[in-house]
Design a protein around this ligand. Structure first.
Ligand SMILES: Nc1ncnc2c1ncn2[C@@H]1O[C@H](COP(=O)(O)OP(=O)(O)OP(=O)(O)O)[C@@H](O)[C@H]1O
Length: 201
C-alpha cells in the first residue's frame, strides 16, 4: 500500500468556514466514501482534491499521474451519441484512431452499457448517463477517480449496480465518492464523515 493522495491541514472558508484543518491519507486503491449532510463541504473538498479550487491554507500531496473527476452534472454532450462523447475524450489520449471503437466497446461492456453506444445521450436515464461519464473517465486510465454524489437521483437497483462497478474498479484504483446515501456503507472500504468542517473515519 502506498499513499496516493494526502490532505495536510486543509482549510477553506467562503462567507463561513467550510473545511477546518482536514488531514487524511488515501491509499493507492479502495473505495472511499465521504459522507456528509448537504452543505457540509463535500463538493468543496472534491474540488480542492481535483485542483479546481485552492485551499486557503494547508497542502495537498499528490503522488499519482492522472486524476479524473466525475461531477454531479454529467457534462456530456446530449445531442450526440455515447460513442461520439467517448471519441472526444479519446482524442485527448495517445490511442490511435483505429483503436477507438475497440476500446469503447471494451469499456462499455465492462460497464454494461454496450447496448447504448450508438444511442443519443439525451434519451439515456440518469444511471446510464452516470455510467457513460464513468466510461469517459476510465478512457484516460487514471489512477484516481473522484465522483461527486454518483448515486444521487438514480433508482435503488441501478444504484447497487453502479456501486458494485465502483467496488470492482477500486481494486486497482483509488476511488473517492461523496454521498449522503446510507447504502454506500455496504460497498465502501472506508467511510469518512465530513461534519463540522472536520473529516473522520
Ligand atoms: N463558490 C462558493 N462561493 C461561496 N460559497 C460556497 C461556494 N461553494 C460552496 N459554498 C458554500 O460552502 C458550503 C459547502 O458547500 P458544498 O457544495 O461543498 O457542500 P456539499 O456537502 O457538497 O453539499 P451538497 O450535498 O448539497 O452538494 C455551503 O454552505 C455552500 O453554500
Amino acid at each position: 500500500m502506498t499513499v496516493l493522495l494526502e490532505l495536510e491541514n486543509i482549510h477553506k472558508s467562503y462567507k463561513q468556514r467550510v473545511l477546518c484543518g482536514l488531514n487524511y491519507k488515501f491509499n493507492n486503491n479502495g473505495l472511499y466514501a465521504i459522507y456528509g449532510i448537504s452543505g457540509s463541504g463535500k463538493s468543496t473538498l472534491l474540488n480542492i482534491m481535483a485542483g479546481f479550487e485552492l485551499p486557503d491554507s494547508g497542502k495537498l500531496h499528490c503522488r499519482f499521474g492522472k486524476l479524473e473527476y466525475v461531477m454531479q452534472e454529467h457534462m456530456l454532450l446530449t445531442n450526440v451519441s455515447v460513442r461520439e462523447n467517448l471519441y472526444i475524450k479519446l482524442n485527448l489520449t495517445s490511442y490511435s484512431t483505429n483503436e477507438y471503437d475497440d476500446i469503447i466497446k471494451k469499456i462499455c461492456i465492462s460497464l454494461s452499457i454496450d447496448n447504448l453506444i450508438d444511442e443519443k445521450v439525451s434519451v439515456l436515464s440518469g444511471g446510464e448517463k452516470q455510467r457513460v461519464s464513468l466510461a469517459r473517465a476510465l478512457l484516460n486510465v487514471p489512477e484516481v477517480i473522484l465522483l461527486d454524489e454518483p448515486t444521487a437521483s438514480i433508482d435503488q437497483g441501478i444504484k447497487e449496480d453502479l456501486l458494485k462497478i465502483l467496488e470492482n474498479i477500486s481494486k486497482d484504483k483509488l476511488i473517492i465518492i461523496t454521498t449522503h446515501d446510507p447504502l454506500v456503507k455496504d460497498y465502501a472500504d472506508t467511510m469518512l464523515s465530513l461534519e463540522g468542517g472536520r473529516l473522520s473515519e
